[in-house]
Design a protein around this ligand. Structure first.
Ligand code: ATP
Ligand code: MG
Length: 327
C-alpha cells in the first residue's frame, strides 16, 4: 500500500540544538518508515521576524547536514528548500485571498506577538500570513499529514479551514491535512528556561566534547546547594531534568545522591556530560563523513527539489485549471 504523504519544515534561523533533536528530529526520523515524508528548510518563514539572515547558505547547509547526521534519509524522504519552490509562493498568493483577516488575527501565536502597544509597527505582514504560507507548503504536495505538538494544533486547524474555504468554491482540489500528534517533550536550556536560539541557552548538535562539557558545567543546579556537603533538591535542578531523559537507568541513585549530598554537583554533571557526549558521538561521526563528501548536500537538495517540483507543479496545474488561469 502506498504510504500517506507527510509534510514538515524547520525555520532556518541558526544552529540546531538538543531541543530540535528531542522535539522534532527524532520524531521525523521515525516517521520516515510510516509516511512518504517531505522535509523542507522553511527559509521564507525564517524571515517573518527578521529582515536579514547572515550566512544563510551556510545555515541551510548546516541544517541539512544536521538532519542527515541524525538519520533523515534522502533515499526515504524528500529534502528541499522552501525558497526553491515558487509553487508555494504562488499558492500562498492564491490562498491569502480566501483567508479572512480575522482568522489570522485570532491565531494564538500572532496574538502573542501583537500584545504590546507598538507591535503593529514591528510585526510584519509575513508574520500575520505565516499560517497561509504554512498551508501552501503542505497543500502544494497534497500533504495528508503534518506532525504537530498540541500547541501547534490551532495552526493546523486554520490550514484545514483555508483549504475547506478554497474547496468550497472550486470542489475537491486541495487536500485537507490531518495532524499526527506527537508528544513534544520540552527541553530546558542550560539556564532552566525553554531551550531556544533566542535565549542563547542551547546545547548545539554540533557541540565538540569540550564545548559540551563547558555547557554542562554552566547548567543551573539547586541554588540552595552552595557547598558540596549541602543536601540538594533534584526537582529544582536543571541537570536532573536532563538525567530524567538521558540517564533513566541511574535516576534513583542520582536523586538519592543529591538529596543526601552523597554526590556533588560536579560529579552529577560529569555523568550527564558522558551520557550526552555518547549520544552525540555517532551524529558527529556521520556529520564528519557527510562533510567530507564535497557537493553532497547540494546533490541531496537538487534531487529533493526535482522530486518536489514534479508534485507541486501538478498540484498548481490543478489549481490554475479550476480557477481559469490555464489556457
Ligand atoms: P527561536 O528562538 O528563533 O524561536 P527556537 O530555538 O525556539 O528558535 P524554533 O525554530 O522555534 O527553535 O523550533 C522549531 C521546532 O523545534 C519547534 O516547533 C519544536 O518542535 C522544536 N523545539 C525547539 N525548541 C525546543 C525545546 N526546547 N524543546 C522541545 N522542542 C523544541
Ligand atoms: Mg521558538
Amino acid at each position: 500500500m502506498a504510504k500517506k504523504r507527510l509534510v514538515s519544515g524547520m525555520r532556518t534561523t541558526g544552529s540546531l540544538h538538543l531541543g530540535h533533536l528531542e522535539g522534532t528530529l527524532k520524531n521525523w526520523v521515525s516517521l520516515q518508515d510510516t509516511y512518504d515524508c517531505f522535509f523542507f528548510a522553511a527559509v521564507w518563514h525564517a524571515f517573518t521576524d527578521r529582515l536579514k539572515i547572515d550566512n544563510l547558505p551556510a545555515i541551510i547547509d548546516e541544517m541539512v547536514i544536521d538532519w542527515l547526521s541524525v538519520g533523515i534519509d534522502p533515499e526515504k524522504s524528500v529534502i528541499f528548500r522552501q525558497s526553491s519552490m515558487h509553487e508555494h509562493a504562488e499558492l500562498c498568493t492564491i490562498l491569502s485571498n480566501c483567508t479572512p483577516l480575522g482568522w489570522l488575527e485570532r491565531c494564538p501565536s500572532f496574538k502573542d506577538d501583537v500584545r504590546d502597544e507598538d507591535a503593529k509597527s514591528r510585526v510584519s505582514l509575513g508574520k500575520l500570513m505565516y499560517p497561509v504560507l504554512m498551508t501552501s507548503d503542505i497543500a502544494a504536495y497534497d500533504g495528508e499529514f503534518v506532525p504537530v505538538g498540541k500547541d501547534q494544533l490551532p495552526h493546523l486547524e486554520l490550514s484545514r479551514e483555508i483549504v475547506r474555504r478554497f474547496n468550497g468554491s472550486y470542489g475537491d482540489v486541495l487536500k485537507e491535512p490531518d495532524a499526527v500528534l506527537s508528544q513534544v517533550p520540552l527541553l530546558l536550556g542550560i539556564d532552566k528556561r525553554k531551550m531556544s536560539k533566542s535565549y542563547n541557552n542551547g546545547i548545539e548538535l554540533r557541540e565538540t566534547p569540550d564545548g559540551l562539557k563547558a555547557k554542562v558545567q554552566q547548567m543551573i543546579t539547586d541554588p540552595q546547594r552552595v557547598r558540596r556537603n549541602d543536601p540538594g533538591d533534584p526537582e529544582v535542578c536543571c541537570v536532573y531534568a536532563y538525567h530524567k531523559i538521558y540517564t533513566p537507568d541511574r535516576l534513583e541513585e542520582i536523586a538519592q545522591g543529591c538529596r543526601t549530598a552523597g554526590i556533588g554537583c560536579r560529579d552529577c554533571k560529569l555523568i550527564l556530560y558522558e551520557r550526552l557526549n555518547n549520544m552525540l558521538e555517532p551524529y558527529r561521526c556521520r556529520r564528519a563523513e557527510i562533510e567530507s563528501r564535497k557537493g553532497y548536500v547540494k546533490e541531496v537538495l537538487d534531487a529533493g527539489e526535482k522530486r518536489a517540483h514534479a508534485i507541486a507543479s501538478e498540484v498548481l496545474q490543478r489549481v490554475r485549471q479550476v480557477m481559469g488561469f490555464s489556457s
